[in-house]
Write a protein that binds this ligand. Structure first.
Ligand code: MLT
Ligand code: MN
Ligand code: ZN
Length: 265
C-alpha cells in the first residue's frame, strides 16, 4: 500500500477541516504496488506522491543495473489526476509500460504526448497475464469522467482490478472508486482473499457536512463505507479494507495505512 488517501492527500495543503487540522492525518495519495513473485512489481495507478512512495519502499529500490527497476508497468483504473499525475514523475524511466482502457487512454492524450518525449512509452490495453506470476481481470464499475474530460465519450472510465497468483490461486481486488455495489461487482469479489474498497467517504453526507459542498458520496462516484460494509458482510471468507480515504473521513476501522502490506497468502 504505497498511498491510502483520496485526491489531495491527508492533510490536504489548503484544508482546515477537523481531520486535516488535528495533526494525526498522514496519508499520501492512492497508489498500490502488486507482485506475484516479490521481484517484478506493477503499480496500480500513479498518484502525485509516487516518487516519495517508491523511495520509501525497499521492494521497489532500483538496481543492480544502473537504471534497472522492479517496477514493470503501471495499471490505470481511472484517468483522474490523483491516479495519473505521477506518470509525469516516472519520466526518467528507460521504458515505461502503461496499461489502460480506451476511454482512459484517450483522456490522457496530452500526458501521453508529453511523456513520449522523455521515455520509451509503451501504452497498451489491459493485459490478462502479468510478468511475475499474476493474472489480471478487469471490471468496469463506473462511467464517471474526470472533470477535465467531461465532454469525452467512452464507457470504461472506472475499473476494478482482480489480481490472481497463478501458483496459489489467491487473489486481491482493487476497487477504490466504486459508485455502487452491483451484482457484477459482487461476483467479481466472490472468493477473493483481500479486497481494497472505496474509503473516500464514511457516509453519504460526509462531504456536505464537512465542507458545505453539495452532492452525496454516491453521486460523486464513491459508495460510502456505511453502505459497502453491509455488502462486504455477505463475504465472510474475504478480508475487506479501505483505501482512497478523503481528508474529511475520520474512520479508522479496516482503513489501511500507507506502507502496510496486504498479503493474500
Ligand atoms: C475522485 O476520486 O472522485 C476524483 O479523484 C476527484 C478529484 O480529482 O477531485
Ligand atoms: Mn480520486
Ligand atoms: Zn481536510
Amino acid at each position: 500500500m504505497l498511498g491510502s488517501a483520496a485526491g489531495g492527500g491527508a492533510p490536504q495543503w489548503n484544508c482546515a477541516c477537523a481531520v486535516c487540522l488535528d495533526g494525526r492525518a498522514d496519508r499520501t495519495q492512492d497508489t498500490v504496488a502488486v507482485s506475484g513473485d516479490g521481484t517484478v512489481w506493477y503499480l496500480i495507478n500513479a498518484g502525485p506522491d509516487i516518487r516519495s512512495q517508491i523511495l520509501r519502499t525497499p521492494d521497489l529500490a532500483p538496481g543492480p543495473g544502473l537504471r534497472q527497476t522492479p517496477v514493470r508497468g503501471v495499471l490505470l483504473t481511472t484517468a483522474e489526476l490523483d491516479h495519473t499525475l505521477g506518470l509525469l514523475s516516472l519520466r526518467e524511466a528507460v521504458r515505461l509500460e502503461v496499461y489502460a482502457t480506451a476511454a482512459v487512454t484517450e483522456a490522457l492524450a496530452p500526458v501521453r504526448s508529453m511523456l513520449g518525449h522523455y521515455t520509451d512509452l509503451r501504452w497498451r490495453a489491459m493485459p490478462v497475464r502479468l510478468d511475475g506470476g499474476l493474472d489480471l481481470d478487469r471490471l468496469t464499475v463506473g462511467r464517471k469522467r474526470p472533470r477535465y474530460a467531461a465532454d469525452l465519450d467512452g464507457a470504461d472510465w472506472v475499473s476494478a482490478l482482480r489480481l490472481t497468483d497463478r501458483r496459489t490461486g489467491s487473489s486481491f481486488v482493487y476497487a477504490t472508486c466504486l459508485p455502487a455495489w452491483t451484482a457484477e461487482f459482487d461476483a467479481f469479489v466472490a472468493g477473493a482473499d483481500q479486497v481494497l474498497l472505496d474509503g473516500t467517504f464514511a457516509t453519504e453526507d460526509e462531504l456536505t457536512r464537512a465542507t458545505g459542498r453539495p452532492g452525496s458520496a454516491s453521486s460523486m462516484g464513491h459508495l460510502p463505507m456505511a453502505s459497502s460494509r453491509v455488502h462486504a458482510a455477505r463475504h465472510p471468507g474475504t478480508r475487506f479494507r479501505y483505501g482512497h480515504v478523503n481528508n474529511t473521513n475520520p474512520s479508522t476501522a479496516d482503513v489501511v495505512a500507507d506502507g502496510s502490506e496486504l498479503l493474500t497468502s
